[in-house]
Design a protein. Structure first.
Lengths: 208, 287
Protein backbone atom coordinates (compact mmCIF):
# COMPACT_ATOMS: atom_id res chain seq x y z
CA UNK A 1 0.00 0.00 0.00
CA UNK A 2 1.51 3.38 -0.96
CA UNK A 3 1.80 6.28 1.47
CA UNK A 4 -0.84 8.24 -0.41
CA UNK A 5 -3.41 5.46 -0.46
CA UNK A 6 -2.74 4.81 3.24
CA UNK A 7 -3.43 8.44 4.00
CA UNK A 8 -6.60 8.33 1.90
CA UNK A 9 -7.75 5.22 3.69
CA UNK A 10 -7.18 6.79 7.11
CA UNK A 11 -8.88 10.04 6.04
CA UNK A 12 -11.88 8.12 4.75
CA UNK A 13 -12.16 6.17 8.00
CA UNK A 14 -11.95 9.35 10.10
CA UNK A 15 -14.53 11.09 7.91
CA UNK A 16 -16.90 8.13 7.99
CA UNK A 17 -16.57 8.01 11.77
CA UNK A 18 -17.37 11.66 12.20
CA UNK A 19 -20.39 11.34 9.93
CA UNK A 20 -21.54 8.18 11.63
CA UNK A 21 -21.45 9.61 15.11
CA UNK A 22 -22.99 12.97 14.27
CA UNK A 23 -25.04 12.92 11.10
CA UNK A 24 -26.88 9.70 11.68
CA UNK A 25 -27.62 10.47 15.28
CA UNK A 26 -28.82 14.02 14.94
CA UNK A 27 -31.92 13.07 13.06
CA UNK A 28 -34.96 13.28 15.23
CA UNK A 29 -37.63 10.65 14.92
CA UNK A 30 -40.04 12.69 12.87
CA UNK A 31 -43.60 12.10 13.92
CA UNK A 32 -44.97 14.79 11.66
CA UNK A 33 -44.02 16.83 8.66
CA UNK A 34 -43.76 20.59 8.53
CA UNK A 35 -42.32 23.01 11.01
CA UNK A 36 -42.43 20.69 14.05
CA UNK A 37 -40.73 17.35 14.56
CA UNK A 38 -43.32 16.62 17.25
CA UNK A 39 -46.95 16.03 16.32
CA UNK A 40 -48.45 19.31 15.16
CA UNK A 41 -51.91 20.18 16.50
CA UNK A 42 -53.96 21.40 13.57
CA UNK A 43 -55.85 23.59 14.12
CA UNK A 44 -54.03 24.87 17.19
CA UNK A 45 -55.91 24.34 20.47
CA UNK A 46 -56.71 27.18 22.84
CA UNK A 47 -54.98 27.08 26.22
CA UNK A 48 -57.42 25.10 28.40
CA UNK A 49 -58.97 26.36 31.61
CA UNK A 50 -58.79 24.28 34.78
CA UNK A 51 -57.70 24.76 38.35
CA UNK A 52 -55.62 22.46 40.56
CA UNK A 53 -53.34 22.87 43.60
CA UNK A 54 -49.62 23.50 43.51
CA UNK A 55 -47.18 21.56 45.66
CA UNK A 56 -47.18 24.60 47.98
CA UNK A 57 -50.92 24.15 48.45
CA UNK A 58 -51.94 27.21 46.46
CA UNK A 59 -54.70 27.17 43.87
CA UNK A 60 -53.32 27.24 40.33
CA UNK A 61 -55.53 28.51 37.53
CA UNK A 62 -53.71 27.03 34.56
CA UNK A 63 -55.00 29.54 32.03
CA UNK A 64 -54.41 32.64 34.11
CA UNK A 65 -51.08 31.62 35.58
CA UNK A 66 -49.43 30.42 32.40
CA UNK A 67 -51.07 32.99 30.13
CA UNK A 68 -48.63 34.66 27.73
CA UNK A 69 -45.85 32.18 28.50
CA UNK A 70 -44.53 29.29 26.51
CA UNK A 71 -45.76 26.24 28.42
CA UNK A 72 -45.11 22.52 28.33
CA UNK A 73 -47.84 20.63 30.15
CA UNK A 74 -48.47 16.95 30.73
CA UNK A 75 -50.17 14.50 33.05
CA UNK A 76 -48.00 12.01 34.87
CA UNK A 77 -47.07 10.59 38.26
CA UNK A 78 -43.98 10.33 40.36
CA UNK A 79 -43.94 6.52 40.45
CA UNK A 80 -44.13 6.29 36.66
CA UNK A 81 -41.26 3.99 35.67
CA UNK A 82 -40.79 5.04 32.08
CA UNK A 83 -42.72 7.76 30.21
CA UNK A 84 -42.78 10.57 32.79
CA UNK A 85 -39.12 10.55 33.88
CA UNK A 86 -38.00 10.30 30.27
CA UNK A 87 -40.19 13.26 29.25
CA UNK A 88 -38.93 15.32 32.17
CA UNK A 89 -35.30 14.39 31.58
CA UNK A 90 -35.52 15.18 27.88
CA UNK A 91 -37.33 18.49 28.42
CA UNK A 92 -34.72 19.42 31.04
CA UNK A 93 -31.87 18.61 28.67
CA UNK A 94 -33.52 20.53 25.81
CA UNK A 95 -33.99 23.60 28.02
CA UNK A 96 -30.36 23.36 29.07
CA UNK A 97 -29.32 23.41 25.43
CA UNK A 98 -31.83 26.19 24.57
CA UNK A 99 -30.84 28.14 27.65
CA UNK A 100 -32.44 31.39 26.45
CA UNK A 101 -35.84 29.67 26.47
CA UNK A 102 -35.41 28.21 29.92
CA UNK A 103 -36.43 31.39 31.74
CA UNK A 104 -39.48 32.01 29.56
CA UNK A 105 -40.87 28.47 29.56
CA UNK A 106 -43.15 27.06 32.22
CA UNK A 107 -43.11 23.29 32.62
CA UNK A 108 -46.16 21.86 34.35
CA UNK A 109 -46.81 18.29 35.44
CA UNK A 110 -50.22 17.45 36.85
CA UNK A 111 -50.20 14.27 38.89
CA UNK A 112 -52.88 11.74 38.00
CA UNK A 113 -52.00 9.69 41.09
CA UNK A 114 -53.42 11.87 43.86
CA UNK A 115 -53.22 9.12 46.48
CA UNK A 116 -49.47 8.45 46.30
CA UNK A 117 -48.32 11.83 44.99
CA UNK A 118 -48.54 14.02 48.04
CA UNK A 119 -47.52 17.65 47.46
CA UNK A 120 -44.22 16.93 49.24
CA UNK A 121 -43.37 13.80 47.25
CA UNK A 122 -44.32 15.42 43.97
CA UNK A 123 -42.17 18.46 44.80
CA UNK A 124 -39.24 16.19 45.67
CA UNK A 125 -39.69 14.30 42.41
CA UNK A 126 -39.78 17.43 40.25
CA UNK A 127 -36.85 19.00 42.11
CA UNK A 128 -34.83 16.05 40.85
CA UNK A 129 -35.18 17.62 37.39
CA UNK A 130 -35.66 21.36 37.97
CA UNK A 131 -36.99 23.15 41.02
CA UNK A 132 -38.82 25.64 38.76
CA UNK A 133 -41.14 22.99 37.37
CA UNK A 134 -44.73 23.36 38.55
CA UNK A 135 -46.33 20.30 40.13
CA UNK A 136 -50.09 20.15 40.40
CA UNK A 137 -52.36 17.88 42.37
CA UNK A 138 -56.06 17.81 42.99
CA UNK A 139 -59.07 15.70 43.75
CA UNK A 140 -60.07 12.95 41.34
CA UNK A 141 -62.88 15.16 40.09
CA UNK A 142 -60.59 18.12 39.48
CA UNK A 143 -58.06 15.93 37.68
CA UNK A 144 -60.79 14.43 35.51
CA UNK A 145 -61.94 17.92 34.59
CA UNK A 146 -58.37 18.94 33.73
CA UNK A 147 -57.89 15.93 31.47
CA UNK A 148 -61.25 16.60 29.83
CA UNK A 149 -60.13 20.15 29.16
CA UNK A 150 -57.28 18.73 27.07
CA UNK A 151 -59.56 16.24 25.36
CA UNK A 152 -57.50 13.26 26.46
CA UNK A 153 -58.54 9.93 27.97
CA UNK A 154 -58.73 9.94 31.75
CA UNK A 155 -56.00 8.08 33.57
CA UNK A 156 -56.89 4.69 34.99
CA UNK A 157 -55.04 2.59 37.51
CA UNK A 158 -53.72 -0.72 36.23
CA UNK A 159 -54.77 -3.39 38.70
CA UNK A 160 -52.19 -4.84 40.94
CA UNK A 161 -48.83 -3.33 40.09
CA UNK A 162 -49.42 0.30 41.06
CA UNK A 163 -48.93 1.58 37.53
CA UNK A 164 -51.32 4.09 36.01
CA UNK A 165 -52.37 4.16 32.39
CA UNK A 166 -52.38 7.77 31.26
CA UNK A 167 -52.02 10.06 28.29
CA UNK A 168 -48.34 10.26 27.43
CA UNK A 169 -48.49 13.52 25.46
CA UNK A 170 -46.71 16.70 26.45
CA UNK A 171 -48.66 19.69 25.12
CA UNK A 172 -46.68 22.65 23.85
CA UNK A 173 -48.33 26.08 24.10
CA UNK A 174 -46.84 29.22 22.63
CA UNK A 175 -47.03 32.59 24.33
CA UNK A 176 -50.04 33.47 22.12
CA UNK A 177 -51.96 30.96 24.28
CA UNK A 178 -52.41 28.40 21.53
CA UNK A 179 -51.23 24.80 21.69
CA UNK A 180 -49.38 23.94 18.48
CA UNK A 181 -47.61 20.70 19.17
CA UNK A 182 -47.82 17.45 21.13
CA UNK A 183 -44.83 15.38 22.11
CA UNK A 184 -45.80 11.72 22.48
CA UNK A 185 -43.92 9.18 24.57
CA UNK A 186 -40.53 8.26 23.09
CA UNK A 187 -39.97 11.85 22.00
CA UNK A 188 -36.24 12.43 21.78
CA UNK A 189 -34.24 15.34 23.15
CA UNK A 190 -33.31 16.35 19.63
CA UNK A 191 -37.02 16.81 18.83
CA UNK A 192 -37.54 19.15 21.80
CA UNK A 193 -34.34 20.99 20.94
CA UNK A 194 -35.66 21.53 17.41
CA UNK A 195 -39.26 22.37 18.30
CA UNK A 196 -38.95 24.67 21.32
CA UNK A 197 -37.46 27.58 19.34
CA UNK A 198 -40.17 27.07 16.68
CA UNK A 199 -42.82 27.24 19.39
CA UNK A 200 -41.20 30.33 20.89
CA UNK A 201 -41.14 32.05 17.52
CA UNK A 202 -44.84 31.30 16.95
CA UNK A 203 -45.79 33.16 20.10
CA UNK A 204 -43.50 36.06 19.31
CA UNK A 205 -45.31 38.62 17.09
CA UNK A 206 -41.98 39.68 15.59
CA UNK A 207 -40.68 36.18 15.01
CA UNK A 208 -43.84 34.26 14.30
CA UNK B 1 -37.65 -15.23 27.16
CA UNK B 2 -34.94 -13.84 24.88
CA UNK B 3 -31.93 -16.03 24.11
CA UNK B 4 -29.60 -13.01 23.92
CA UNK B 5 -29.71 -9.64 25.68
CA UNK B 6 -31.70 -7.01 23.79
CA UNK B 7 -33.02 -3.52 24.41
CA UNK B 8 -36.42 -3.28 26.05
CA UNK B 9 -38.95 -0.70 27.19
CA UNK B 10 -39.51 -2.60 30.42
CA UNK B 11 -38.39 -0.80 33.57
CA UNK B 12 -34.98 -2.01 34.75
CA UNK B 13 -35.06 -4.63 37.48
CA UNK B 14 -32.24 -6.28 39.42
CA UNK B 15 -34.14 -9.56 39.19
CA UNK B 16 -31.98 -12.20 37.50
CA UNK B 17 -32.92 -13.22 33.98
CA UNK B 18 -31.70 -16.19 31.97
CA UNK B 19 -30.07 -15.81 28.55
CA UNK B 20 -29.44 -19.36 27.31
CA UNK B 21 -27.81 -18.15 24.09
CA UNK B 22 -25.00 -16.63 26.14
CA UNK B 23 -24.44 -19.91 27.98
CA UNK B 24 -24.40 -21.84 24.70
CA UNK B 25 -21.91 -19.39 23.21
CA UNK B 26 -19.64 -19.69 26.25
CA UNK B 27 -19.84 -23.47 26.19
CA UNK B 28 -19.37 -23.42 22.41
CA UNK B 29 -16.01 -21.77 22.94
CA UNK B 30 -14.79 -23.52 26.07
CA UNK B 31 -15.82 -27.13 25.40
CA UNK B 32 -14.25 -27.57 21.93
CA UNK B 33 -11.09 -25.86 23.23
CA UNK B 34 -10.77 -28.26 26.16
CA UNK B 35 -11.62 -31.29 24.03
CA UNK B 36 -9.01 -30.34 21.41
CA UNK B 37 -6.42 -29.76 24.11
CA UNK B 38 -7.15 -33.11 25.70
CA UNK B 39 -6.94 -34.96 22.39
CA UNK B 40 -3.63 -33.28 21.63
CA UNK B 41 -2.28 -34.29 25.03
CA UNK B 42 -3.41 -37.86 24.46
CA UNK B 43 -1.67 -37.95 21.10
CA UNK B 44 1.54 -35.98 21.77
CA UNK B 45 1.81 -35.61 25.53
CA UNK B 46 1.58 -32.54 27.66
CA UNK B 47 3.28 -29.51 26.12
CA UNK B 48 5.01 -26.85 28.17
CA UNK B 49 2.73 -23.96 29.03
CA UNK B 50 -0.49 -25.84 28.30
CA UNK B 51 -1.93 -25.18 31.74
CA UNK B 52 -1.15 -21.47 31.63
CA UNK B 53 -2.60 -21.16 28.14
CA UNK B 54 -5.77 -22.99 29.13
CA UNK B 55 -6.16 -20.69 32.12
CA UNK B 56 -5.74 -17.63 29.88
CA UNK B 57 -8.24 -18.88 27.32
CA UNK B 58 -10.82 -19.80 29.93
CA UNK B 59 -10.33 -16.46 31.68
CA UNK B 60 -11.05 -14.78 28.35
CA UNK B 61 -14.20 -16.84 27.93
CA UNK B 62 -15.22 -15.95 31.49
CA UNK B 63 -14.84 -12.26 30.68
CA UNK B 64 -17.02 -12.77 27.62
CA UNK B 65 -19.64 -14.43 29.81
CA UNK B 66 -19.50 -11.58 32.30
CA UNK B 67 -19.88 -9.07 29.47
CA UNK B 68 -22.74 -10.68 27.57
CA UNK B 69 -24.87 -12.15 30.36
CA UNK B 70 -27.17 -10.49 32.90
CA UNK B 71 -26.73 -7.93 34.37
CA UNK B 72 -24.00 -6.21 32.36
CA UNK B 73 -25.17 -7.62 29.03
CA UNK B 74 -28.74 -6.49 29.55
CA UNK B 75 -27.73 -3.08 30.90
CA UNK B 76 -25.48 -2.57 27.89
CA UNK B 77 -28.00 -3.85 25.39
CA UNK B 78 -30.83 -1.60 26.43
CA UNK B 79 -30.37 0.69 29.40
CA UNK B 80 -26.98 2.35 29.78
CA UNK B 81 -24.51 3.58 27.18
CA UNK B 82 -21.87 3.32 29.89
CA UNK B 83 -22.52 -0.41 30.28
CA UNK B 84 -22.48 -0.78 26.49
CA UNK B 85 -19.04 0.83 26.35
CA UNK B 86 -17.78 -1.16 29.31
CA UNK B 87 -18.83 -4.34 27.49
CA UNK B 88 -16.97 -3.18 24.39
CA UNK B 89 -13.83 -2.54 26.41
CA UNK B 90 -14.01 -5.86 28.23
CA UNK B 91 -14.54 -7.81 25.01
CA UNK B 92 -11.92 -6.07 22.86
CA UNK B 93 -9.27 -5.25 25.46
CA UNK B 94 -9.53 -8.15 27.90
CA UNK B 95 -11.39 -11.17 26.52
CA UNK B 96 -9.93 -11.10 23.00
CA UNK B 97 -6.24 -10.86 24.02
CA UNK B 98 -6.69 -13.48 26.75
CA UNK B 99 -8.26 -15.86 24.25
CA UNK B 100 -5.46 -15.23 21.75
CA UNK B 101 -2.80 -15.74 24.42
CA UNK B 102 -4.52 -18.96 25.44
CA UNK B 103 -4.66 -20.41 21.94
CA UNK B 104 -1.74 -22.77 21.18
CA UNK B 105 -0.03 -22.29 17.85
CA UNK B 106 -1.12 -25.67 16.48
CA UNK B 107 -4.75 -24.92 17.35
CA UNK B 108 -4.57 -21.47 15.79
CA UNK B 109 -3.11 -22.88 12.57
CA UNK B 110 -5.73 -25.62 12.49
CA UNK B 111 -8.62 -23.17 13.01
CA UNK B 112 -7.43 -20.71 10.39
CA UNK B 113 -6.76 -23.53 7.96
CA UNK B 114 -10.15 -25.18 8.46
CA UNK B 115 -11.97 -21.87 8.16
CA UNK B 116 -9.84 -21.04 5.11
CA UNK B 117 -8.88 -17.69 6.57
CA UNK B 118 -5.10 -18.18 6.75
CA UNK B 119 -4.43 -15.62 4.00
CA UNK B 120 -6.96 -13.18 5.40
CA UNK B 121 -5.38 -13.44 8.84
CA UNK B 122 -1.92 -12.92 7.34
CA UNK B 123 -3.19 -9.85 5.48
CA UNK B 124 -4.76 -8.50 8.67
CA UNK B 125 -1.63 -9.08 10.72
CA UNK B 126 0.02 -5.94 9.31
CA UNK B 127 -0.34 -3.23 11.95
CA UNK B 128 -1.71 -0.52 9.67
CA UNK B 129 -4.38 -2.83 8.27
CA UNK B 130 -5.29 -4.26 11.66
CA UNK B 131 -5.46 -0.79 13.20
CA UNK B 132 -7.66 0.56 10.43
CA UNK B 133 -9.95 -2.47 10.42
CA UNK B 134 -10.28 -2.40 14.23
CA UNK B 135 -11.20 1.27 14.21
CA UNK B 136 -13.65 0.77 11.34
CA UNK B 137 -15.27 -1.97 13.43
CA UNK B 138 -15.23 0.36 16.43
CA UNK B 139 -16.91 3.20 14.54
CA UNK B 140 -19.38 0.96 12.76
CA UNK B 141 -20.48 -0.81 15.91
CA UNK B 142 -20.63 2.33 18.06
CA UNK B 143 -22.61 4.41 15.57
CA UNK B 144 -25.95 5.32 17.17
CA UNK B 145 -27.84 4.31 14.04
CA UNK B 146 -26.26 0.84 14.09
CA UNK B 147 -26.63 0.29 17.83
CA UNK B 148 -30.26 1.47 17.78
CA UNK B 149 -31.01 -0.84 14.85
CA UNK B 150 -29.21 -3.96 16.09
CA UNK B 151 -29.89 -4.02 19.83
CA UNK B 152 -33.68 -4.58 19.84
CA UNK B 153 -33.46 -8.03 18.18
CA UNK B 154 -31.69 -10.99 19.78
CA UNK B 155 -30.06 -12.20 16.53
CA UNK B 156 -28.68 -8.79 15.58
CA UNK B 157 -27.69 -7.99 19.14
CA UNK B 158 -25.70 -11.25 19.10
CA UNK B 159 -24.16 -10.21 15.78
CA UNK B 160 -22.99 -6.92 17.29
CA UNK B 161 -21.30 -8.75 20.15
CA UNK B 162 -19.63 -11.19 17.76
CA UNK B 163 -18.32 -8.24 15.74
CA UNK B 164 -16.79 -6.82 18.91
CA UNK B 165 -14.98 -10.07 19.60
CA UNK B 166 -13.70 -10.23 16.04
CA UNK B 167 -12.56 -6.60 16.27
CA UNK B 168 -10.68 -7.37 19.47
CA UNK B 169 -8.95 -10.37 17.93
CA UNK B 170 -7.95 -8.33 14.88
CA UNK B 171 -6.56 -5.59 17.12
CA UNK B 172 -4.32 -7.96 19.06
CA UNK B 173 -3.10 -10.23 16.24
CA UNK B 174 -0.07 -8.07 15.31
CA UNK B 175 1.03 -8.19 18.95
CA UNK B 176 0.24 -11.62 20.35
CA UNK B 177 -0.79 -13.87 17.47
CA UNK B 178 -0.07 -17.51 18.36
CA UNK B 179 1.84 -17.85 15.08
CA UNK B 180 5.09 -15.93 15.41
CA UNK B 181 5.30 -14.86 11.77
CA UNK B 182 2.09 -12.86 12.23
CA UNK B 183 3.50 -10.74 15.04
CA UNK B 184 5.06 -7.40 14.24
CA UNK B 185 8.80 -7.98 14.62
CA UNK B 186 9.75 -4.48 15.72
CA UNK B 187 9.12 -3.57 19.34
CA UNK B 188 8.84 0.17 18.67
CA UNK B 189 6.43 -0.71 15.87
CA UNK B 190 4.29 -2.71 18.28
CA UNK B 191 4.24 0.08 20.85
CA UNK B 192 3.33 2.76 18.31
CA UNK B 193 0.69 0.49 16.80
CA UNK B 194 -0.99 -0.23 20.10
CA UNK B 195 -0.91 3.41 21.16
CA UNK B 196 -2.44 4.62 17.90
CA UNK B 197 -4.92 1.82 17.26
CA UNK B 198 -6.28 1.31 20.76
CA UNK B 199 -5.26 4.42 22.65
CA UNK B 200 -5.34 7.42 20.33
CA UNK B 201 -7.91 6.88 17.56
CA UNK B 202 -10.80 5.99 19.94
CA UNK B 203 -10.35 9.46 21.45
CA UNK B 204 -12.16 10.89 18.41
CA UNK B 205 -15.49 9.01 18.69
CA UNK B 206 -15.19 9.19 22.48
CA UNK B 207 -15.01 12.97 22.15
CA UNK B 208 -18.23 13.06 20.12
CA UNK B 209 -20.02 11.20 22.88
CA UNK B 210 -18.54 13.32 25.65
CA UNK B 211 -19.22 16.71 24.11
CA UNK B 212 -22.58 16.16 22.42
CA UNK B 213 -25.41 18.40 23.72
CA UNK B 214 -28.08 15.76 23.29
CA UNK B 215 -28.30 12.02 23.70
CA UNK B 216 -27.15 10.29 20.52
CA UNK B 217 -28.31 6.72 21.15
CA UNK B 218 -32.09 6.38 20.94
CA UNK B 219 -32.29 3.21 22.98
CA UNK B 220 -30.35 4.60 25.94
CA UNK B 221 -32.11 7.96 25.80
CA UNK B 222 -35.59 6.45 25.86
CA UNK B 223 -34.86 3.54 28.17
CA UNK B 224 -36.36 3.62 31.65
CA UNK B 225 -33.75 5.02 34.01
CA UNK B 226 -31.68 2.61 36.05
CA UNK B 227 -30.69 5.20 38.65
CA UNK B 228 -32.49 8.45 39.41
CA UNK B 229 -30.33 11.39 38.49
CA UNK B 230 -28.18 9.43 36.06
CA UNK B 231 -29.72 10.87 32.90
CA UNK B 232 -29.12 9.92 29.29
CA UNK B 233 -26.65 12.71 28.56
CA UNK B 234 -24.61 12.06 31.71
CA UNK B 235 -24.63 8.37 30.87
CA UNK B 236 -23.42 9.14 27.36
CA UNK B 237 -20.67 11.41 28.68
CA UNK B 238 -19.45 8.66 30.99
CA UNK B 239 -19.61 6.22 28.06
CA UNK B 240 -17.50 8.64 26.01
CA UNK B 241 -14.99 8.87 28.84
CA UNK B 242 -14.86 5.07 29.03
CA UNK B 243 -14.19 4.93 25.28
CA UNK B 244 -11.45 7.54 25.60
CA UNK B 245 -9.62 6.25 28.65
CA UNK B 246 -11.04 2.76 29.22
CA UNK B 247 -8.33 1.08 27.21
CA UNK B 248 -5.49 2.93 28.96
CA UNK B 249 -5.18 0.49 31.90
CA UNK B 250 -4.49 -2.19 29.29
CA UNK B 251 -2.64 -0.23 26.62
CA UNK B 252 -0.04 1.51 28.80
CA UNK B 253 0.99 -1.52 30.85
CA UNK B 254 1.33 -3.51 27.62
CA UNK B 255 3.40 -0.72 26.06
CA UNK B 256 5.53 -0.63 29.19
CA UNK B 257 5.98 -4.40 29.09
CA UNK B 258 6.94 -4.21 25.41
CA UNK B 259 9.44 -1.48 26.22
CA UNK B 260 11.02 -3.60 28.95
CA UNK B 261 11.21 -6.59 26.60
CA UNK B 262 12.74 -4.41 23.91
CA UNK B 263 15.30 -2.96 26.34
CA UNK B 264 16.23 -6.44 27.57
CA UNK B 265 16.63 -7.69 24.04
CA UNK B 266 18.82 -4.74 23.10
CA UNK B 267 20.92 -5.27 26.22
CA UNK B 268 21.39 -8.93 25.37
CA UNK B 269 22.29 -8.02 21.81
CA UNK B 270 24.81 -5.44 23.07
CA UNK B 271 26.51 -7.94 25.32
CA UNK B 272 26.72 -10.46 22.48
CA UNK B 273 28.01 -7.90 19.97
CA UNK B 274 31.83 -8.08 19.49
CA UNK B 275 33.64 -5.14 21.07
CA UNK B 276 36.15 -3.18 18.94
CA UNK B 277 39.04 -3.98 21.29
CA UNK B 278 38.46 -7.68 21.03
CA UNK B 279 39.46 -9.84 18.10
CA UNK B 280 36.56 -10.28 15.65
CA UNK B 281 34.44 -13.39 16.17
CA UNK B 282 34.97 -13.58 19.93
CA UNK B 283 31.79 -12.71 21.72
CA UNK B 284 31.90 -12.19 25.47
CA UNK B 285 30.36 -14.95 27.49
CA UNK B 286 26.85 -14.29 28.81
CA UNK B 287 26.28 -14.97 32.47
Amino acid sequence: MTGLSRRRLLAAVAGAGALALTGCAQRGDDTSSGRFQGAEIDPPMPRPRFTLNTTQGERFDFFEQTRGRMTLMFFGYANCPDICPIHLANITQALEVQADLSATTTVVMASIDPVRDTPESLRRYLDGFDSRYVGLTGSKGELAAAQDAFGIARATEIDGDGRVSHSSAVFGFASDDLGYVQFPSQTRQSVYIHDLPVLAALGDPAGG
Amino acid sequence: MNWWCTSSSEPWSWTWRAYPGVWLAVLGLAVPYLVALRRRRAASGRAEGDGKRAAQFLAGVAVLWLSFDWPLGLLGAGYLATAHMLMFMLVTQVAAPLMLLGTPEWMFRRITSRLRITRAVRWLSRPLRAGVVFNVFLLATQTPFVVDALRPIAATSFLLDVMWLLAGIILWIPLIAPAEELRTPSYPGRMVYLFLAAGALPLIPGGFLTFSDAALYRIYELAPRVWDGFGAVTDQQVAGAVMKVGSLPIVWPVIFALFVQWANRERRADTQRPRPDRPPGRAPSVA
